[in-house]
Write a protein that binds this ligand. Structure first.
Ligand code: SF4
Length: 290
């Protein structure tokens, strides 16, 4: 039996930055023309991870820190689907860190959106890996996802947006979705999404964000340049946002994972159901992502 479950009203606190992401995801999918039945939203654990409940597309709530494994698995099972993984920084950059790093290298054409708020909102405001020193007794320097993403030389689209600028966020998600739908590779977008209840950074971040595309020397095809621009911006007390990496050439030597493994883009979900006919390809696929 197939059961359809409709989306329901959000349970987020009024004013939560995640509302901006929800609106931008809906608008971007519409603008790109993705039929809801061809879109899959994989939610992580935490407040933001509930996003798949608030939008009428195929949705799944992943295990803690494991949403990328599920999203990549779905993409390889049926490469025709548009797969979006979405969760928080506590989910992605703490327990999920191993998968976070390898997703850049694996380079499957999925979009991962991290709603970054420096805190574990769902469990009442403990310091996340991104929290500044001093927040809730944190003594560790904050993790920066842009610098990390830029340090991995893969064929990825990388960007940071801000929930206080929904128009730019929507435009960025449109570009990211086109990148993944064109089987260009992995797209990673971190959104600065304030938790208004436990760490309301809206005002502070609005004053500190700097659009890197306006900086002298901006070149999103050059990782070295972008790493330097990000570091310089951070050292001046500001927060770099914008598209950080946009590969110059389509695909190139580093093809997307689904193209490497499934050149005809027929995954197991679309293949002949006679396993004996497909055992070799299926075994190869399982081994490669093992
Ligand atoms: Fe958003 Fe924070 Fe409320 Fe969670 S606790 S819904 S992150 S404002």
């Amino acid at each position: 039996m197939v059961e359809s479950v409709k989306s329901h009203a959000s349970t987020w606190c009024p004013g939560c930055g995640d509302f901006g992401v929800l609106a931008a995801v809906k608008k971007a999918a519409q603008e790109v023309g993705i039929p809801p039945n061809e879109e899959v939203l994989v939610g992580g654990i935490g407040c933001s991870g509930g996003i798949h409940n608030f939008i009428d597309v195929n949705g799944i709530h992943a295990l803690h820190g494991r949403l990328l494994a599920q999203a990549i698995g779905i993409k390889l099972a049926n490469p025709k689907l548009t797969v979006i993984a979405a969760g928080g920084d506590g989910d992605g950059y703490a327990i999920g860190m191993g998968h976070f790093m390898h997703a850049f290298k694996k380079n499957a054409s999925i979009l991962y959106i991290v709603m970054m708020n420096e805190t574990y909102g769902l469990t009442k405001g403990q310091a996340a890996p991104t929290a500044p020193i001093g927040y809730e007794g944190n003594v560790e320097p904050p993790f920066d996802a842009m610098l990390t993403a830029l340090s991995i030389p893969a064929h990825n689209f990388i960007a940071r947006t801000f929930s206080g600028d929904p128009r730019t966020m929507t435009a960025t998600l449109v570009e990211a979705l086109k990148f993944t739908r064109g089987n260009q590779g992995y797209a990673f977008v971190e959104d600065l999404s304030p938790c208004v209840t436990y760490n309301d950074t809206f005002k502070d971040w609005r004053q500190r964000v700097v659009d890197v595309s306006k900086l002298e020397g901006y070149d999103a095809s050059n990782r070295h340049t972008m790493f330097r621009l990000c570091l310089e911006t951070m050292h001046s007390g500001k927060i770099p946002i914008g598209v950080m990496h946009r590969p110059k050439t389509p695909n190139g030597d580093a093809q997307a994972l689904e193209l490497k493994l499934l050149p005809d883009l027929i995954g197991p979900a679309n293949a002949d159901i006679d396993l004996e006919l497909n055992r070799e390809a299926y075994t190869k696929l399982l081994r490669s992502v093992g």
